[in-house]
Design a protein around this ligand. Structure first.
Ligand SMILES: [Zn+2]
Length: 487
């Protein structure tokens, strides 16, 4: 513990060992005050306690970290032991890891939740800088701009356009979850900048920003204050340890509904800021509609398609469709398309979604129906696989095949799922006989696209067959995309 006879602390240089301690105490104080004044949060753990800060850790240690065990901060002295990592945004970033661990507890080491954990720290660090408004550390949307870890005067990370660091992502993609959390955080940081300040070029406190959007459409900013209120409310009430980017969108929309009302423009702006980083769809006429992909079905085989849409307006949505393949209908209330196609062909249905207030949006997509050749049966409907839960089952009806199935029945499986080693796959015959197609293992690859040959000569062909898929480990998720039997 530092003590001082004259109560004059540090001198602003590293020659005085007190200086790093004073800066650390300043960072702890401003972070504590920010959470207290903005959210009524009383300390990192909301228990009224401050945490210790430890400085001069290690030798030429170029890092700072929060420790959930001691609930304390540690700072190294950096390059040559003369660049302590005690900048305000570093302090606020690290202590925000403590806030996250006592709230959503976003899991750090796997998947997109780690990026959301890091992003939360960058987001609140920027907010604390603006809150402190210190002319010696002019508030900005950069991370680590004062500590010069790169050695060339550039920041560690940029929130308006995260890819400027050379690694971080501006927009969500299927690669996001595989990145180190310090880089998968780019999607969250970019969303937050867009929600706070809006897209395009802007000068803030003398610094120039230029924030792009995934769909090249503009996003208006709601202001920093509204943006961090939405994030904090989502973090503390709606996010959990396994929240991913899609879940963060849902959590922040719920927070925005609480704060501004579901039918507000601000609510739609939150959704559009996510769309601008490729998470979810834009609100068009108060309706978001996820992209509709090309469908393939077979004559006489059950087909399903769920239209994923939502509205900011009260009264829900009604669904209609024209040009669907014969035999298929859409449920006006749920948007579920189902039935069994009656004839082959290439179709281009249009779905129309309407709010109770009369706003509407439409989308057109291709739907191919192949003939049922007598030995080919497909179920193209998507079935979600519960994470580490009960098995998912997808049925498939076989008709017109008297007698038993062949000894070399072909089972073609298309499953979208990260870390496919989590999956156990069985074929359930028309008489309930179970044939194992795939066991769980340590295969970390994505998706299952495989054709298995099964001796089904003891199983009657006609009847309802099922593909049964169980996810036996947590975190990775997915769905049965389609599967088929070839006799
Ligand atoms: Zn961090």
């Amino acid at each position: 513990l530092f003590t001082d006879a004259d109560d004059l602390w540090g001198d602003g240089t590293v020659a005085d060992r007190q200086t790093a301690a004073v800066d650390a105490a300043y960072g702890a104080r401003k972070t504590f005050d920010f959470y207290h004044d903005q959210f009524g949060r009383n300390g990192i753990a909301n228990d009224g306690n401050g945490g210790y800060s430890r400085v001069h850790y290690g030798n030429e240690y170029v890092n700072a970290f929060w420790d959930d065990d001691c609930f304390c901060m540690t700072y190294g002295d950096g390059v040559d032991n003369v660049n302590p990592l005690t900048a305000l945004d570093v302090a606020a970033h690290e202590m925000t890891h403590g806030v996250t661990s006592t709230t959503a507890d976003l899991y750090y080491y796997d998947g997109e939740s780690g990026g959301l954990n890091e992003g939360t720290s960058d987001i609140m660090a920027a907010a604390v800088e603006f809150f402190a408004n210190n002319p010696q550390d002019v508030p900005d949307y950069e991370v680590g701009e004062l500590i010069d870890i790169n050695g060339d005067g550039t920041p560690l990370r940029y929130m308006d356009q995260p890819s400027k660091d050379g690694i971080s992502q501006d927009y969500w993609s299927s690669r996001t979850e595989g990145l180190d959390p310090h880089f998968s955080s780019g999607v969250a940081n970019h969303y937050f900048y867009l929600l706070a300040e809006g897209s395009g070029s802007k000068t803030i406190n003398g610094a120039s920003y230029n924030s792009p959007t995934y769909d090249s459409l503009p996003v208006p900013g709601l202001g920093l204050h509204n943006a961090f209120n939405v994030w904090y409310r989502a973090l503390t009430l709606y996010m959990t340890s396994t929240t991913d980017y899609a879940g963060a969108r849902v959590a922040t929309l719920q927070a925005a509904a609480d704060l501004f009302g579901r039918s507000s423009e601000a609510y739609e702006t939150v959704g559009n800021a996510w769309a601008a980083v490729n998470v979810g769809g834009r609100f068009v006429n108060h309706i978001t509609l996820s992209p509709l992909t090309a469908q393939e079905s077979a004559v006489g085989q059950p087909a399903t398609l769920r239209i994923e849409a939502a509205t900011s307006q009260s009264g829900g949505l009604t669904y209609a469709a024209s040009g669907l393949p014969g035999g298929l209908t859409i449920d006006a209330t749920t948007g579920l398309v189902s039935g069994s196609p009656t004839e082959p062909g290439a179709f281009t249905p249009t779905v129309t979604l309407r709010t109770s207030g009369g706003s509407s949006t439409t989308a057109t997509f291709p739907w191919t129906v192949i003939p049922s050749g007598g030995d080919f049966f497909v179920n193209p409907g998507n079935v979600n696989i519960p994470d580490a839960g009960d098995p998912a089952e997808s049925p498939l009806v076989v008709t017109g095949h008297d007698g038993n199935a062949p000894g070399d029945l072909q089972v073609t499986v298309d499953i979208v799922h990260t870390w496919r080693g989590d999956l156990v796959i069985d074929l359930v015959g028309s008489d309930g006989t179970v044939r194992r197609l795939k066991n769980s293992n340590s295969d970390s690859g994505d998706d299952v696209h495989a054709t298995y040959t099964v001796d089904a000569s003891a199983i009657p062909s006609n009847g309802t067959w099922k593909l049964r898929v169980q996810d036996v480990y947590s975190f990775d998720t997915g769905y049965i995309d389609s599967w088929k039997l070839t006799f």
